[in-house]
Design a protein around this ligand. Structure first.
Ligand SMILES: [Cu+2]
Length: 130
């Protein structure tokens, strides 16, 4: 039975070593998962394109899933737009959108949202986030 003493000691030393090693490995693994998920999302889910043209959003209504991105492109050659969302759940303000510029909006919350234009009050885009 005296032989179990040293054996136990070796095991404990080994598990101590594992404990020391495990933390950095876990951090590394978590970082790798985040990078992989980001890559997969980037490949599988390109942003939905919305055009601002003729002082309207095209399309004027869209359904997406939570976490997806709308990319709004100002296709009006010489007009400024200014997209915003003013809802209790989610507020967004693009600032002035110069012609040709792209604005990404990530919808992290489910719900129905109105994207409006601060310059053209008739511009309206309805976004259903499931
Ligand atoms: Cu506008």
């Amino acid at each position: 039975m005296s032989a179990s003493g040293p054996t136990k000691k070796v095991l404990m030393t080994f598990s101590d070593a594992m404990r020391r090693v495990r933390r950095p490995l876990t951090v590394f693994a978590a970082a790798a998962v985040v990078i992989a998920a980001g890559t997969l999302v980037g490949l599988a889910l390109p942003p939905y394109a919305i055009s601002q043209k003729g002082r309207q959003f095209h399309p004027g209504e869209i359904s997406i899933k939570r976490g997806e991105t709308l990319q709004i492109v100002n296709d009006d050659g010489d007009l400024l737009h200014h997209a915003y969302i003013d809802s209790p759940k989610f507020a967004f303000d693009s600032g002035d959108q110069q012609p040709g510029t792209r604005t990404d909006i990530i919808f992290a919350m489910p719900g129905d949202f109105e994207v409006l234009c601060a310059i053209h009050p008739k511009m309206r885009l309805v976004v259903h986030v499931n």
